[in-house]
Design a binder for this molecule. Structure first.
Ligand code: GTP
Ligand code: MG
Length: 238
């Protein structure tokens, strides 16, 4: 599966590097970037497996599933090049590693806020997961109203030639936050970032409604399962 994804991501490489005449005209630099992209896709596979195991084990032990769904994507080569361009950086392995931290991206959608934090904690606690950065846009939402917990992590990937550290960005959010973020993304796209004031105000109001709904749903869930037998918050912190 990851190989298909890598092929798609790499599809933009050849065409773009012919027109740009940058470092990638050097075949060995191109090979290094191709190898790096494969490493990112292996990193996605590693982290997906970790999340799949947590989900399955939780379901088995507690008859409760803290993860609604997981999606992942390998940033396309044109997007990687565009980001380097935007930052005025040359196209090579070193600068991709340092400046494009979201080549490997995963999104974990949970039912409740407490699940978001519990899943992030369970993952962060694993011995081979190094948390490089945490951005908590749930506690401190972006001005437009965006909420999500972002973890930048590093995991080891074992290859035939040895072990390589791979960085990935994991976004964890509730289903309600995810609903809001995908609508906001579409609106941003439609208006190319220049959103009319009334739409912006409504978007902001709906972000507050999402937050209220998340809190109500969480409280309801806690009340119904007050015996502590169901739910990550009760199980993981008991
Ligand atoms: P880039 O935005 O990718 O350049 O990274 P950054 O270093 O600024 O990190 P940030 O945490 O701001 O955003 C990383 C990712 O989170 C983005 O690529 C989006 O997928 C998501 N994200 C951040 N802010 C928003 C937002 O306001 N709305 C939506 N829909 N998604 C967002
Ligand atoms: Mg950003």
């Amino acid at each position: 599966m990851y190989l298909d994804e890598t092929e798609t991501a790499l599809a933009g490489l050849t065409a773009r590097h012919q027109t740009r005449g940058v470092v990638l005209d050097d075949a060995s630099a191109g090979e290094a970037v191709t190898r790096l992209m494969h490493e990112y896709s292996f990193g996605i596979t590693e982290i997906r497996t970790k999340l799949d195991i947590l989900r399955a084990e939780f379901l088995m032990l507690h008859d409760y599933n803290p993860i609604e769904h997981i999606s992942s994507r390998l940033k396309s080569m044109p997007s990687v090049l565009e980001k380097l361009d935007r930052k005025g950086l040359p196209v090579d392995e070193e600068h991709i590693r340092a400046a494009v931290t979201d080549v490997a991206g995963l999104r974990v959608v949970c039912s409740f806020r407490s699940d978001v934090y519990a899943v992030a904690q369970m993952l962060s606690d694993q011995a081979d997961v190094t948390v490089l950065r945490v951005r908590d846009y749930i506690e401190r939402p972006k001005p437009i109203g965006y909420r999500s917990l972002h973890l930048l992590v590093e995991v080891p990937v074992f290859l035939s030639r040895g072990v390589v550290p791979v960085t990935a960005e994991i976004q964890l959010r509730t289903a309600a936050m995810d609903f809001w973020a995908s609508l906001e993304h579409k609106i941003m796209y439609k208006y190319r970032g220049d959103i009319p004031a009334d739409v912006l105000a409504d978007l902001h109001a709906s972000a507050l409604a999402v937050d209220r709904l998340d809190r109500q749903m969480h409280d309801l869930h806690q009340r119904v399962h007050a015996d502590g037998e169901v739910g990550v918050a009760a199980s993981a912190t008991a």
